[in-house]
Design a protein around this ligand. Structure first.
Ligand code: GUN
Ligand code: ZN
Length: 442
């Protein structure tokens, strides 16, 4: 790209509001100077930056708010077509909705179409980076990584492996899990904006042999990521206890295999014990909190206060398709509702927390905090411009907001996919809402 000075109202959280009351930074008439490689080199108020760089072309984003691109730390690519299966709890929903659909991804044309729908869902909602739960088929993962590269999104994803209690078509063997995982890592990990995540579906569907095959990959490729599910639903937790009589608890099934570390993200964590939280913190694991999914499947109310007090890092995930869509704004709002519903056991969240959880916290969970997550100099220009259509309710509310936190609260309370006007990754524009003229440098 050509070096550009972006002019916009922007907000970001370079630090965590859980530890820093001043974490929310805002510029009403802000400037972000982005160099030719898509990296922010200066961040501040527009007038100062423009005076210092009078010859740099300016792109003006008039109205709305520019935020760092959203980071979704738990989202299933094969489930985009089954979003909205209501009225079931986790294990029934898997059997009736998710797994029959996932079996269809054995067919390459089907998988290709789903990939494209999925990636459109991410970028049209302002998500620039995602930790993606993949498919059970190697071919579908090659298609996914190819399409994600074309879409320009940052993805951390991997082949999902299981060898029991799903449907036969979705089962593999430890040998195949290892050899197919190895081939995919060699082909995609660290290529362009892609990274690999070793992904056993959950301990319920994984023998010790599968978990050991995953661990072998992680020993051989020490910088890959790990993701799975944990402590989502009480029936699931009880079944895992019965399947692993030698393990202390759910976390221990992963821990014993050697799967936990700084790059491990465990989705849900609705019913953890104190021991598990202590161990997650000791390993530097993150929890992906998926509040819409937890509410929809009736999994429970996420104990955020206990995670934070135990020192477990928490980020947000949509969990499409157990979750109800790709919007990280909706996820932030539901995270807020969840803590309200917990009453005294809840951790009250401010608008700054919601922004942090949907951006910077995700970057930290993916060990990408040095590159993305906020608008500090040195970070890639990954951004979403939320510009509500003129005359919409959100437009009205934003125009009457009397402070940046109020405006941010309005975005989380009212914002939808329809408000996402443009999206950039590493300075490349990856989405423009139809009807919005693509802002060009002037
Ligand atoms: N646990 C195992 N698989 C899944 C899944 O696809 N969705 C959710 N929410 N939980 C799971
Ligand atoms: Zn999930």
């Amino acid at each position: 790209m050509t070096p550009t000075l972006f002019r916009a109202t922007f907000m970001h959280t370079p630090s965590s509001p859980f530890t820093d009351a001043g974490a929310l930074r805002t510029e009403t008439d802000g400037g972000l100077l982005v160099d030719g490689s898509g990296v922010i080199v200066q961040s501040g108020d527009f007038a100062t930056l423009h005076a210092a760089h009078p010859d740099t072309p300016v792109t003006t984003l008039r109205g709305g708010v520019l935020l760092p691109g959203f980071i979704d730390t738990h989202v299933h690519y094969p489930q985009v077509r089954v979003i909205g299966g209501l009225g079931m709890s986790l294990l029934d929903w898997l059997d009736r909705c998710a797994l029959p659909e996932e079996a269809r991804l054995a067919d390459a044309p089907y998988a290709r179409a789903v990939t494209s729908e999925f990636l459109h869902g991410l970028r049209s909602n302002g998500t620039t980076t995602a930790l993606v739960f993949g498919a059970h088929f190697k071919g579908a993962m090659d298609l996914f990584f190819e399409a994600a590269a074309d879409a320009g999104l940052r993805t951390v994803a991997g082949l999902v492996v299981s060898d029991r209690l799903l449907r036969g078509e979705l089962h593999t063997t430890p040998e195949r899990a290892y050899s197919e995982g190895k081939a995919l890592i060699e082909r995609w990990h660290g290529v362009g904006r892609a990274r690999y995540a070793v992904t056993p579906r959950f301990s319920l569907s994984a023998s010790e042999g599968i978990l050991d095959a995953c661990a072998a990959l992680m020993t051989e490729y020490s910088d890959v990521h790990f993701t799975s599910h944990i402590n989502e639903n009480l029936r699931e937790v009880q079944t895992v206890r019965e399947l692993f009589p030698g393990s202390l608890d759910y976390l221990d099934t992963y821990d014993r295999a050697g799967l936990l570390g700084r790059r491990s993200v465990l989705a849900h964590s609705v019913h953890p014990t104190d021991r598990e939280l202590g161990q997650m913190a000791a390993h530097g694991c993150s929890a992906a909190h998926c509040p819409c999914s937890n509410a929809s499947l009736g999994s429970g109310l996420f104990p955020l206060r206990r995670h934070v007090h135990a020192g477990v890092h928490v980020a947000l995930g949509t969990d499409v398709g157990g979750g109800t869509g790709f919007s990280m704004l909706k996820e932030g709002l539901q995270a807020y509702f969840t803590q309200q519903l917990l009453g005294a056991a809840g951790l009250p969240l401010t608008p700054a927390h919601l922004l942090y959880l949907s951006t910077r916290a995700g970057a930290e969970a993916l060990d990408m905090g040095g590159q993305i997550g906020d608008f500090s100099p040195g970070k890639a220009f990954d951004a979403v411009w939320l510009r509500p259509p003129e005359g919409s309710t959100l437009d009205t509310v934003l125009n009457h907001a009397s402070s940046p936190p109020e405006a941010l609260a309005a975005l989380f309370a009212n914002g939808t996919q329809a408000d996402v006007a443009q999206v950039w990754v590493g300075g490349d524009r990856v989405y423009v809402r139809s009807g919005v003229p693509a802002a060009a440098p002037q």
